[in-house]
Design a protein around this ligand. Structure first.
Ligand SMILES: Cc1cc2nc3c(=O)[nH]c(=O)nc-3n(C[C@H](O)[C@H](O)[C@H](O)COP(=O)(O)OP(=O)(O)OC[C@H]3O[C@@H](n4cnc5c(N)ncnc54)[C@H](O)[C@@H]3O)c2cc1C
Length: 401
């Protein structure tokens, strides 16, 4: 019997496996993919994430220390820091390298194997897989669900509720890049309803064009691509656009008897931008630590495994709450209000002061939002944005302490 069966080998599952294997536990990882990491993603990671699991030089397309934000009416705000804040990485290679490290540390991977059933009983977990060679059963003392967005594995493992998951849809295409040197972020309902869109240069001559929204996307990706083409920023389409979901709220419970849920499957994603690689790593690490304690105590009850949820909440629980309130507030703004906020921010040096302060980090949006709101002149701008501002501020300050 394996100590732990990890279902899914994206950033969350591979990190869980790596940490458990490093601690000397027997880990089996199952994934239906043959090429790990190959899911829809832009591959932007902040400095802290890159410090936590450093990408190989060959996985880095480039470092980002500036970006241009474009308002609904086309005004441009360039934000720049003295040092790089984020890396744009080859996501497939980067995530694949976490899995490689886990394998080297002793984790067993079975690829091309889809988990079709999970049964939790008093003496262990039985996981059934279907692969080209037929179906198989695997036994573990416990299991970690790391199957990504809206994973049916959560329900199979006896967790999750019947409520629909709160989510956004991200849509992204790979294009030929023309004369593009840095990331551009586009705001406004026309581009992406109640959200934003991006143009991110990756390797020589290629860029990723995408958008994310909680509203139904209806030709928005195609219109955005067309507008970038008209501006001669991009050339021909290389791949896509393809779409995939991004959760914006965590599951009400991320642990149960003999089971933990990590990464996107648990809804652990920054609600502001939809970035989830770093939180997947952190939750995978927290799952491994909790599993280690459970194995040593030979106690896999939900009471023992509850420590997992405390762990991830202590690191980014507040961030998720503040990010969620910020997204809800932003979604309540009209294009005119966004334009006004943009103009006011452009006029004030205060935004630059906040962004350039030493403790401003791309990885911690909640802290950055609090910093903006604690700046008196920026707070006035937010307060002037109408009736939704007061409850938003109350919720954020309550969550942020
Ligand atoms: C358009 C878009 C852009 C994004 N850009 C960024 C970004 O720039 N930066 C960032 O940090 N985040 C980004 N994200 C989010 C990020 O990709 C996810 O948060 C992250 O991949 C979550 O990792 P995970 O391991 O939880 O899930 P996943 O990466 O989805 O991995 C889940 C794994 O489980 C496997 N699996 C699922 N079901 C089964 C099954 N039944 N049996 C076997 N295996 C199974 C899958 O094959 C997959 O390998 C983006 C998302 C989207 C949609």
């Amino acid at each position: 019997m394996h100590d732990v069966i990890v279902m899914g080998a994206g950033p969350a599952g591979s990190m869980t496996a790596l940490r458990l294997a490093e601690m000397g536990h027997g880990v089996l990882v199952l994934d239906w993919r043959e090429i790990l990491g190959d899911k829809l993603c832009t591959g932007i990671i902040g400095n802290e994430c890159a410090d936590y699991f450093p990408p190989d030089e060959s996985h880095i397309y480039h470092e980002a220390r500036s970006a241009t934000i474009v308002s609904p009416k086309g005004r441009r705000l360039r934000v720049e820091k003295a040092s790089p804040q984020a890396l744009i990485v080859d996501r497939v290679a980067y995530v694949g390298s976490v899995a490689d490290r886990a394998r080297e540390a002793g984790a067993e991977f079975i690829l091309g194997a889809r988990v079709t059933a999970v049964q939790v009983s008093t003496d262990g977990v039985t996981v059934r897989t279907e692969a080209s060679g037929g179906s198989r059963s695997h036994r573990g003392k416990m299991a970690v669900v790391a199957g990504g967005f809206n994973s049916p594995l959560v329900r199979m493992a006896g967790l999750g509720s019947d409520e629909p998951q709160d989510f956004m849809i991200g849509s992204q295409a790979e294009v030929e890049a023309l004369d593009l040197c840095e990331t551009e972020v586009y705001l406004g309902n026309e581009v992406s309803p109640k959200s934003f869109a991006w143009l991110v240069p990756v390797s020589e001559g290629r860029a990723l064009v995408g958008l994310v929204s909680r509203e139904r996307l209806n030709g928005h990706a195609e219109s955005f691509l067309e507008s970038l083409r008209r501006q001669s920023k991009i050339g021909k389409l290389i791949k896509g656009p393809r779409s995939w979901g991004i959760p914006v709220k965590p599951l009400s419970r991320t642990y149960g008897d003999r089971v933990l849920v990590t990464g996107d499957a648990a809804g652990l994603v920054k609600p502001t931008t939809g970035g989830g690689i770093y939180y997947s790593f952190i939750s995978g690490d927290a799952a491994a630590q909790t599993a280690d304690e459970a194995i040593k105590a030979d106690d896999f009850s939900s009471r023992r495994l509850r420590g997992y949820e405390k762990r991830w909440k202590s690191v980014f629980g507040n961030e998720l709450q503040i990010g969620y309130h910020a997204r809800a507030f932003y979604e309540s703004l009209s294009d005119d209000q966004i334009e006004r906020m943009f103009g006011e921010f452009l006029d004030k040096d205060a935004l630059g002061d906040v962004i350039n302060s030493d403790d401003f980090s791309f990885d911690w949006h909640g802290k950055a939002i609090l910093k903006v709101l604690r700046h008196s002149s920026l707070l006035q701008v937010v307060k002037s944005l109408g009736p939704a501002a007061a409850p938003f501020l109350a919720r954020v300050f309550r969550s942020g302490g």
